[in-house]
Write a protein that binds this ligand. Structure first.
Ligand code: NCD
Length: 300
């Protein structure tokens, strides 16, 4: 059974298949509009979402599938009564053909997949991973830059709890001559396990302390929101804010990415800058998620 659980499951070849299919559905939408007409996709989100949920729903609808969903599953589904993810999946598999799940537990997607009754798509698992976001992030880098090998990428914001960061650097590490620079408050530094993972794949992670320490010819600046809902206490606001003045110290080819939602880390005065591509990035998610639904349901 095919699932999308973690960036760990991908190789360069399988990533190319996702990207090629995303390009194909994008340019031949008419051909794909009935591909999943006999399928029902269940969407269970136990945490807030705008883009991920709506893009998965749109992806399913554009492929002709129907969707079943529960508003705020943490509050309104039987999880609130103590039901396990495995029991929920056992039940939903009697109704739907695939499950898109977002949950605060790091192991939620793996737990759901362990039932082996239906394809599971991990739409965010606590502070762990968010592989479908990483796929659309990488797809965006490829579309903007033409290739991924040799990319110089800076990751900013919440590197500790930011699941999009975790999934993205795993995918980047599959490519050649990647450079990764980190800039965050110390309390939100990248966990050692990820630094070790990069090292084991030949990438020396470079922790920086100011914008000045980042190379000016970065290919990508990837900022993220401090994930305040994942910790107790107040560690203050983001210190490394990208505004027009900061962005203008980087190359005209540096692209500025963010999984969204943003809070203060990117100011709106750069939204019109041609280097800002977070809205385009979100739009790309639709085609990547269409490709993923087709793949897990064997209609690629
Ligand atoms: C991210 C997430 O949920 O991890 N959002 C998203 O899916 N685009 C990032 C975030 O919430 O900060």
């Amino acid at each position: 059974m095919k699932h999308v659980l973690s960036s760990d499951q991908y190789t360069r070849e399988s990533l190319e298949e996702v990207f090629a299919l995303a390009d194909k559905v994008r340019t031949h939408q008419e051909e794909y509009k009935n591909k999943l007409e006999d399928k029902i996709i269940a969407i269970m989100f136990y945490e807030p979402s705008t883009r991920t949920r709506l893009s998965f729903e749109t992806a399913a609808l554009k492929l002709g599938a129907k969707i079943i969903t529960t508003e705020n599953a943490g509050e309104f589904s039987s999880a609130a009564k103590g039901e396990t993810i495995q029991d929920t999946v056992n039940v939903i598999s009697g109704y739907a053909d695939a499950l898109v799940i977002r949950h605060k537990s790091v192991t939620s997607a793996i737990d759901a997949a362990s039932v082996e009754k239906m394809p599971i798509l991990n739409a965010g698992a606590g502070k762990g991973e968010h592989p479908t976001q990483a796929l659309l992030d990488l797809y965006t880098i490829k579309r903007k830059r033409g290739k991924i090998d040799g990319a110089k990428v800076a990751i900013l914001g919440d590197l500790l709890y930011g699941r999009t960061i975790h999934s993205l650097i795993k995918l980047l590490s599959l490519y050649d001559n990647i450079e990764i620079y980190g800039l965050s408050k110390d309390v939100f530094a990248l966990p050692q396990e990820y630094i070790d993972m990069l090292k084991s794949r030949g990438i020396e992670y470079k922790k920086c302390n100011s914008f000045d320490e980042l190379p000016k010819d970065l290919d990508v600046i990837y900022h993220t929101r401090i994930q305040a809902e994942r910790f107790e206490g107040d560690f203050g606001k983001e210190e490394f804010i990208i505004n027009k003045k900061v962005l203008d110290t980087f190359s005209s080819n540096t692209i500025l990415m963010h999984p969204l939602p943003r809070v203060i880390e990117i100011s709106t005065d750069v939204d019109d800058d041609p280097r800002a591509c977070y809205f385009e990035q979100a739009h790309n998610g639709l085609y990547v998620r269409m490709a993923l639904l087709l793949q897990v349901l064997d209609r690629a």
